[in-house]
Design a protein around this ligand. Structure first.
Ligand code: 5GP
Length: 192
């Protein structure tokens, strides 16, 4: 049986990676993480082939040309991110459900491509004020970056109504349980 596709999109700082890590630890969901390709440099602690496939921008453009991507976006100016066709096959052909951490535009593109085989989930911060506090609390970004991310978040939240499911991340345990339950229903009940 072929696996299904779970799309998780959220503004930066909403807690998407934490939620995905928790979901990946639930064996009954049978999730496989979609390792994207990116032309950004690895952050400390990131490993090539685990968080991302880190490639140069030149290589990224070459792979766009040969049709290796299911979707790709220039998420930040000069920095590409994309889902490789080979990655979807690697996970789904093994019967696992592919979970994607992907930006809002990419998420909607994938939903359009896979239709009823994909569940698109939008994770929302409780408010822009909370998001701002979280971004500042991380202590990793400059003031300029924080303001840019906040502006982008407001824009991204405007796409939330186009997703199959919206979950406000005000309590991590509840958020993980709500999403896990939606994935269980989607992967076990929907015929394909
Ligand atoms: P980061 O650099 O913080 O890891 O990711 C930046 C943004 O790129 C996040 O919103 C993440 O969801 C998005 N992203 C990661 N992989 C992909 C991908 O394959 N395609 C698209 N469209 N966005 C991605």
């Amino acid at each position: 049986m072929k696996g299904k596709i779970i799309i998780l999109s959220a503004p930066s700082g909403t807690g998407k990676s934490t939620v995905i890590n928790r979901l990946m630890k639930m064996p009954d969901l049978r999730l496989g993480f979609s390792i994207s390709a990116t032309s950004r440099k690895p952050r400390s602690g990131e490993v090539d082939g685990r968080e991302y496939y880190f490639i140069s921008d030149k290589e990224f453009l070459r792979r766009i040309d040969v049709g290796d991507f299911v979707e790709y976006e220039e998420v930040y100016a000069g920095t590409h991110y994309g889902t490789l066709r080979s990655e979807v096959e690697r996970v789904c052909d093994n019967g696992l459900n592919l979970i994607m951490d992907i930006d809002v535009k990419g998420g909607l593109n994938v939903k359009e491509l896979y239709g009823s085989r994909a569940l698109s989930i939008f994770l929302e911060p409780p408010s822009l004020q909370t998001l701002e506090r979280r971004l500042r609390g991380r202590g990793t970004d400059s003031e300029e970056t924080i303001l840019r991310r906040l502006g982008k978040a407001e824009y991204e939240i405007s796409f939330a109504p186009s997703f199959d499911l919206r979950v406000v991340n005000d309590n991590l345990d509840d958020t993980v349980e709500r999403i896990a339950s939606a994935i269980r229903t989607f992967t076990t009940h929907d015929p394909d």
